[in-house]
Design a protein around this ligand. Sequence first.
Ligand code: 5GP
Ligand code: ZN
Length: 117
Amino acid sequence: MSAATPDSCLFCKIVAGDIPADVVAQNDDAVAFRDVDPQAPTHVLVVPRSHYADASALADGEPGTVAVLVSLARDVAQGDGLDDYRLVFNTGPGAGQTVFHTHLHLLGGRAMTWPPG
Ligand code: 5GP
Ligand code: ZN
């Protein structure tokens, strides 16, 4: 669980259309929008419409939506002409999570190194 609640959650507000975002794809379960501080030529966040704090909570609460996030990310990658890309769920502050509404990072358009920082 996180301290964020649906009333205070940034990504819930983006999903609701109350805060503007560059939305690139959406369906009944998820919304994809470009990251405001892109770390690659393509950097898109794919989020469930429902509020869950992280990927683990989403997997417990709406397991099918985890697959929706991955397939929507693939569609966005293909739309940006990407054959290769990276998908990341930062889970917990120690792993770099700063927004506690599940989001799948889609990163691509440049060479990716491993391990990530
Ligand atoms: P995290 O660090 O939680 O894995 O990822 C949060 C991401 O949300 C960051 O990459 C950050 O740049 C992005 N972000 C934060 N605030 C906003 C915003 O208001 N709009 C958009 N489009 N992205 C945001
Ligand atoms: Zn939320």
